[in-house]
Design a protein around this ligand. Structure first.
Ligand code: URA
Length: 259
């Protein structure tokens, strides 16, 4: 049983009791099931699935757009039930840093430590991120940090397209409310989602793009960079990452010395 848990990505206990996910969406009982016979679970057809997904997407867009402040946006996420990751996560991970900062960094999704603390980038890759920021004279009092997904995918797996799509209106609203001078997109997931592209991070990194969204009066310059977790696995790429950080430093004009 433990081996099976490990294989499906269950790598830690997050509560005393199991969460019954089916309790939120009880399977329909087919009308034609003969009494006494076990009810067969009927799967929704493709059209019903699509309609359901669109309804959740519309719900996310309406809720996100209705938030006039960061506190309201966080509250909207707490009330939003359209992303199943919410039910497996321990905490909502909304933000860290200074909401009035010129620079806003967006990552992918919380990992285990972030999920425990309810703060983005506080695990091992967060420590590297802090060193990268310090390299260009920045720290969390001068940067605002969030993720595309506010809930941890189980076992730190990559978020899937549906999870990204349903959380994107909140991330876009988050950016529109902070309105930073510069966006830094850490990793391919954030870059692709916020720049509406399918290009990989190797081609995107180090270049300036315009981030736009329906709630944004003017585009925001955005630079994709390698994700710190990727740099931990590929240290040879730190050279490129350093170059990208210097380009960002030049754009925002920080005066602090480069170490
Ligand atoms: N990786 C991310 O993308 N975000 C976090 O908050 C932590 C790790």
């Amino acid at each position: 049983m433990l081996a099976w848990y490990r294989d499906v990505g269950v790598d830690e206990a997050v509560g005393e009791a199991a969460v019954d996910l089916t309790a939120h969406h009880p399977p329909p009982t087919p009308a034609s099931a003969p009494s006494g016979a076990p009810a067969k679970r009927s799967l929704p057809d493709g059209a019903a699935l699509l309609a359901g997904r669109e309804a959740v997407g519309a719900d996310a867009r309406t809720l996100a757009a209705s938030a006039a402040t960061l506190a309201e946006l966080k509250d909207a996420l707490c009330r939003f039930d359209g992303c199943p990751l919410k039910h497996t996560a321990t905490n909502l991970v909304f933000c860290d840093g200074n909401p009035r900062a010129d620079i806003m960094l967006v990552g992918e999704a919380p990992g285990g430590e972030e999920d425990r603390q309810g703060l983005p980038f506080v695990g091992v890759s967060g420590q590297l991120l802090d060193r990268m920021l310090a390299g260009i004279g920045l720290d969390r009092t001068r940067v605002y940090i969030t993720n595309i997904l506010p809930w941890r995918p189980p076992g730190n797996r990559q978020p899937n397209a549906g999870e990204i799509a349903v959380c994107l209106p909140f991330a876009e609203r988050h950016i529109a409310l902070v309105r930073p001078k510069v966006l830094v997109l850490a990793g391919g997931t954030a870059a692709k989602a916020l720049l509406s592209t399918t290009e990989g991070i190797t081609r995107l990194r180090g270049r300036w793009f315009d981030h736009t969204s329906p709630g944004l009066a003017a585009p925001i310059p955005a630079m994709p960079i390698y994700h710190p977790a990727y740099l931990l696995r590929q240290p040879a790429l730190k050279r490129d990452a350093w170059r990208d950080l210097l380009t960002i430093k030049q754009k925002i004009g920080t005066n602090s010395p480069v170490s």
